[in-house]
Design a protein around this ligand. Structure first.
Ligand SMILES: [Zn+2]
Length: 409
């Protein structure tokens, strides 16, 4: 069993050690040492990073985990068993993890004390951290929680660990305890339990002041409770800067101040919704007028027979074609078949529809159009639609009109 330094000597950043074993697995070298300060992944906390320097090579520690109680360093280079090495901790990475982890204890402990919320999950990733609470929290409660956490930072209260056994741990009043704690149990107290008390195997900062700042960056309802995203220390400062820059850029785009931005965006959203509703109404009116004109012209071309509407409608889009087909479908007393193309820079949309009882199925017509313009589409007996990257032209329309006239008579 290796001598573990990360608990008793958290400020140690370098040590000498001897290689106990080294095995190759999936291109990485799994190294066990007789002494280490590299914290392995555990308790929701990410593993430390660093290097192991031998006489000939310097290996990067890519990952670190425990296996059968041993700390295993996943390295990019091998060592010989018995080799003397120097282990060097990636201190900025350790401090970042400690900031997030200690901050997580503060938020969880304070959420429990302020609102009776229970922490049911914690996740620390390389670029974000989340806490899952078992009850929904309102925005004003999240604000109160963030303020209380930062008040605890400014108060610079002590964080200490007590090591005991399971029976003693069970007799203590704690916010949270590991369910399967066996043998030696580590209990972390923040401000002697006034802020938090919890069994934990992670590494922590010695005082709350070192957390620097706590930011709740987002929150969502999750499984009947709340999932909150948070950032501490350097990550909190960077999160605040990123938010500030994003909001400032938006405010400039809207030619307003950051404070007025929500009001200005809401006003523009309302105006947009109103303009969309107006456009929709005008599009329907235009479609009705176009449908009427097209049917009148086609009926005059083939008196007494099924009117065949076929042509290009430049300036219109797929939605306009659909509205024209809907307007035609409302004319129950007419016999008609329509094939409409809307050419644009991106290609051509096509819609086709017919009155009930037409001898030509629109599914069949769509297959013919797909083949003629190298497009994709489909539909049913009374309606079909498709799209091609090609530009449909008058020649194709004339050819298809001829096909429709023969098929419907
Ligand atoms: Zn902890």
């Amino acid at each position: 069993m290796a001598e573990i330094l990360y608990y008793d000597y958290p400020t140690v950043t370098e040590c000498t050690a001897q290689v106990v074993s080294c095995e190759e697995k999936d291109g990485k070298y799994l190294v066990a040492l007789d002494r280490t300060m590299i914290f392995p992944e555990g308790g929701g906390q990410l593993p430390d990073g660093g290097t192991i320097e031998g006489a000939k090579v310097c290996a990067k520690i890519l990952d670190c985990r425990t296996a059968d109680g041993e700390v295993i360093h996943y390295c990019d280079k091998p060592f010989a068993p018995g080799e003397k090495v120097r282990v060097v901790l990636d201190l900025p990475r350790r401090l970042d993890h400690c900031e997030q982890h200690t901050g997580e204890h503060m938020l969880s402990g304070l959420a429990s004390k302020l609102f009776g919320a229970k922490n049911v999950g914690f996740h620390m990733a390389e670029d974000y951290c989340t806490i899952d609470l078992d009850i929904p929290l309102m925005p004003e409660q999240l604000e109160a929680l963030e303020l209380a956490a930062n008040e605890a930072v400014r108060a610079d209260r002590p964080v200490h660990t007590e090591v005991t056994d399971e029976a003693d741990a069970l007799s203590r009043t704690l916010r949270k305890r590991a369910e399967k704690a066996q043998g030696e149990v580590r209990i972390v107290y923040i401000d002697n339990g006034k802020i938090d008390s919890c069994t934990c195997c992670g590494t922590h900062l010695p005082r709350t002041g070192m957390v620097g700042a706590v930011r709740i960056t987002d929150a969502q309802h999750y499984k009947g409770g709340t999932r909150l995203w948070f950032a501490c220390g350097d990550r909190a400062a960077k999160a605040a800067i990123a938010e500030h820059n994003a909001v400032t850029a938006l405010a400039r785009q809207y030619s307003t101040s950051r404070e007025e931005l929500p009001k200005v965006v809401k006003k523009q959203m309302d105006e947009l919704a109103s303009a969309k509703a107006e456009l929709k109404q005008k599009s329907i009116l235009l479609a009705e007028k176009t449908a009427e004109e097209l049917l009148k012209k086609a009926s005059a071309e083939r008196p007494g027979r099924t009117a065949v509407i076929c042509g290009l409608l430049p300036g219109m889009n797929a939605n306009d074609l659909r509205l024209i087909c809907d307007s035609l479908a409302a004319k129950k007393d007419a016999r008609w078949t329509a094939l409409l193309f809307a050419p644009s820079a991106a290609g051509t949309d096509y819609h086709m529809a017919c009155s009930a009882g037409c001898r030509l199925s629109m599914k069949e017509l769509c297959a013919a159009v797909n083949a003629a313009v190298n497009g994709k589409g489909g539909g049913g007996p009374l309606f079909a639609q498709g799209k091609t990257e090609r530009q449909a032209d008058e020649d194709i329309a004339a050819m298809l009109k001829n096909y429709i006239e023969k098929a419907v008579d």
